[in-house]
Ligand binder design. Sequence first.
Ligand code: UPG
Length: 491
Amino acid sequence: MENQHFLLIACPFQGHLNPMLQLAKNLRQASAARVTFATTVHGLTQIKTFPSLDGLYFASSDGFDDGIKQANNSQDMLSELKRAGSQTLTELLMTFSKNSHPVSFLIYTLILPWAADVARYMSIPSAFLYIQSATSLALCYHFLNRHGGVYDLYNSCVNNPPSSIQAPGLPPFETEDIPSFLLPNGPHSSLTPVFQHHIQVLEQEPSPCVLLNTFDCLEEDVIAAIGNINPIPIGPLIPLALLDKNHQSDTSCGCDLFEKSTEYIQWLNSKPKRSVIYISFGSIAVLQKNQMEEMLLGLIGTCRPFLWVIRSSSNKDTEFEEMAREKVNEEEGLIVPWCSQMEVLAHESIGCYMMHCGWNSTMESLAAGIPVVGLPQFADQKTNAKMIEEVWRNGVRARVNEVGIVEADEIRRCLEVVIGSGEGGQEIRSNAKKWRGLALDAVKVGGSSHNNLKAFLENITTSAKKINGVFDGGAENKTIDATKPNENSNN
Ligand SMILES: O=c1ccn([C@@H]2O[C@H](COP(=O)(O)OP(=O)(O)O[C@H]3O[C@H](CO)[C@@H](O)[C@H](O)[C@H]3O)[C@@H](O)[C@H]2O)c(=O)[nH]1
């Protein structure tokens, strides 16, 4: 592994950076390889705290480097990201090659399928780190692949879409529980071509490889059913020390794009075991003001302490926050702009987590053994909420009313189930505990995810030996139009 150099590239979103940075640490721990992590120029300036990673950080352009120039719409943003990103990724790879540290393997994540095109053109093998569930990947794959994918069929009957989808290894999915970026005319349909491109580059690869932030026994059937693109579960991508107190080596988790509070651990220390409701909706979702008000009423109605992350990035939130602070005294409910979520979930005072069901938060709650109440918003969140309630059974999903709002009574009912004496709560809490044990088993030495990462690394070494010589300077002798990686691709 000494001669290997991994370049890991991610978009500067919190939910993308965290699992990729953990993978960077795991690769460093599992091998003597050089690992370089890259994100966009502007993204790099937004990171408030980095993990303790003794690798290098590099920046690549997204076309909006000063953070001032804005895209007119998401399509413009994505095409500029592809144009500028392909060009600067090519330059980065060439620079490493000239500096005697040629990149031998590229790992890219969501929204960057063109990175695989650049790598293939430069004869550098690559893998896709899929940072959502295997279930989400399977739905994407069965929807978008060119051989029998259901997207075209679906698209052709957009005014009367099928009410459910049946994908191999999965229970039937109602339309509304499919990731929103797969739905034609849905709110995130501008992302559908990007996911199509992801599937297309995998289909073009002679030996495709998708690393997954999940673990074998959580999504066994569905992983087996997407064998064609070689899915390799290596998760949860969370520091082992936070899952298991016997491992003190590394407790830093991802990075922070938001300023963290400091007072919450002391506040949690003052609360009884398993008494606190933790609430957070990830790094992107902005809830409507009336939804926040219903949540506040529901929380007050439980008469239990709560820790609520309300990001200060939205003015709407600031207005609500002032009102909430007037209604609740800090002993009962603490509102913070950001926290170290994994540290909170690992705290013994936490009894349940009310969340949006983003995949990182879903994995983190499973790994911490904390039962959940899901209020999914968009993207893959409804897919995850369905799996939580119906398959993994470690939580419940709150039901929305006719205008899409979860009312205070429903919030109180759900919280009473997972943290109180509501029906079915015992089973949910014991399932949450079971998944914690299984997640830990997967990542410890000899566990399935640990072994999968080891086998992945061994495979790279073997392949590199077979094609010895390709890594040395292959990139330097070519001139390409990096803005058009598809046209340049070998296939
Ligand atoms: O106060 C906080 C709140 C969150 N987090 C972390 O932020 C990350 C949030 O990630 P995630 O739960 O996946 O939510 P989003 O940031 O909303 O993630 C986006 O990206 C994910 C991966 O593609 C998708 O699954 C989600 O639906 C999408 O909204 C997690 O690691 C949390 O631990 C903190 O550290 N502190």
